[in-house]
Design a protein around this ligand. Structure first.
Ligand code: FA5
Length: 348
């Protein structure tokens, strides 16, 4: 015959240890283990005890039932409060580990900026406007008359060769090869005195290398007044170049030839990339050609209806990309146009 069950002893053992086990659970896993051990539906010790109450005589059931339910409530409350306490502890630990310092500066934002060529253009027009030059503009698509004929460039001049000029198919038009046609447009529409600058894009069918691009920018200058001489041209260009490249920049005026100026000169700047020693950008010469200039040819004045006996003037055309290379110490014109932001960010 099996031993009769000692309910009171079982009950005492269970209730003595249960709340103690709950209060000792120091991790969420331990709380869950205590819950399963006491209240688990299959093997929970209190659940088993409650289930077996039905086998007891009615008086015993009345005595033990409420006590067992009260213990179950107490265990559930104990488990819940342990869970809350442990959650709060974990939150506090997390907050302590991830302290927010409101005095720290924010992470850097990438900042946009002007393209280096635009920046040079802006400075060039800024200096020239302070020297009294007003802004003039012309179209990128020109005709032969303004781009060549009016500028005293004869029909057999090599610059007209299809090698150098982009002609438009089926139209008597071309992409302007320099900003000089703006001279013609302006002189035909305005009477002297004239003092204008004409910045803009130009196009040449050209082999691209470290200092040559097929699309680039020029800034044209034109000054027409009474008795304008080479001395005026040299003074203006020296001021202009020193303004752009700093007072120490060495420049030289070299005799040259353009059909639309007489006499003509080209202005070189000592290569700032190699300090005159010779590099790819200056074609090993130590000097970099920046601009063409000269006194406006009488034929050009006459073409535009201006009397060369009354008026004279100078004109110049500066390459903006070449100037940008020198100012920023960039060795290759192509770096300006590949638009790699990592390269552009390093410039300026
Ligand atoms: C001319 O274009 C003349 N119209 C300049 C001029 C104007 C002379 C007024 C007299 C009076 P040239 O072809 O040399 O000249 O070009 C002028 C400048 O543009 C050069 O000195 C150079 O700085 C720049 N340049 C010329 N070709 C290129 C090219 N392929 N890529 C980048 N820059 C160039």
């Amino acid at each position: 015959m099996p031993e009769p069950r000692d309910w009171d002893r079982e009950w005492l053992e269970l209730s003595a240890g249960a709340l103690d086990a709950v209060s000792r659970a120091d991790t969420l896993e331990a709380v869950e283990a205590a819950r399963v051990d006491l209240l688990g539906r299959e093997r929970g010790r209190l659940s088993a005890l409650l289930k077996s109450l039905k086998d007891l005589p009615i008086e015993e059931r009345k005595r033990l039932g409420p006590q067992a339910n009260a213990l179950k409530d107490a265990i559930e409350k104990g488990l819940e409060s342990r869970r809350k306490a442990l959650d709060a502890k974990a939150l506090d630990a997390g907050l302590a580990a991830a302290r927010i310092d409101l005095s720290l500066p924010p992470p850097p934002w990438p900042r946009g900026r002007r393209h280096p060529v635009s920046e040079t253009l802006r400075e060039m027009t800024d200096i020239l406007s302070r020297l009294g030059f007003a802004l003039a503009e012309g179209p990128l698509v020109e005709n032969d008359r303004n781009n060549f004929e009016g500028l005293n460039i004869p029909a057999d001049h090599p610059a007209r060769d299809v090698q150098d000029t982009f002609y438009l198919r089926d139209l008597p038009l071309l992409l302007r090869t320099h900003t000089s046609p703006v001279q013609i447009r302006h002189m035909e529409a305005n009477k002297p005195p004239i003092r204008i600058m004409a910045p803009g894009r130009v196009f040449r069918h050209e082999a691209v290398d470290a200092s040559h691009s097929a699309v680039f920018h020029q800034v044209e200058g034109l000054y027409i007044d009474r008795r304008v001489t080479m001395a005026d041209l040299k003074g203006t260009l020296s001021l202009f170049m020193r303004g752009l490249l700093g007072p120490k920049a060495a420049i030289r005026f070299r005799p040259s030839f353009f059909p639309f100026t007489e006499p003509s000169t080209e202005v070189d700047v000592r290569c700032l990339l190699c300090a005159g020693a010779g590099c790819a950008a200056c074609k090993r010469s130590g000097w970099m050609e920046l601009l063409g200039a000269g006194l406006v040819h009488p034929n050009v004045l006459r073409f535009c209806g201006i009397d060369p006996a009354q008026w004279s003037g100078f004109a110049f055309g500066v390459g903006v990309e070449r100037l940008t290379l020198l100012r920023l110490g960039v060795p290759d014109i192509r770096m300006l146009y590949e638009n790699d932001v990592r390269v552009l960010e390093k410039l300026s």
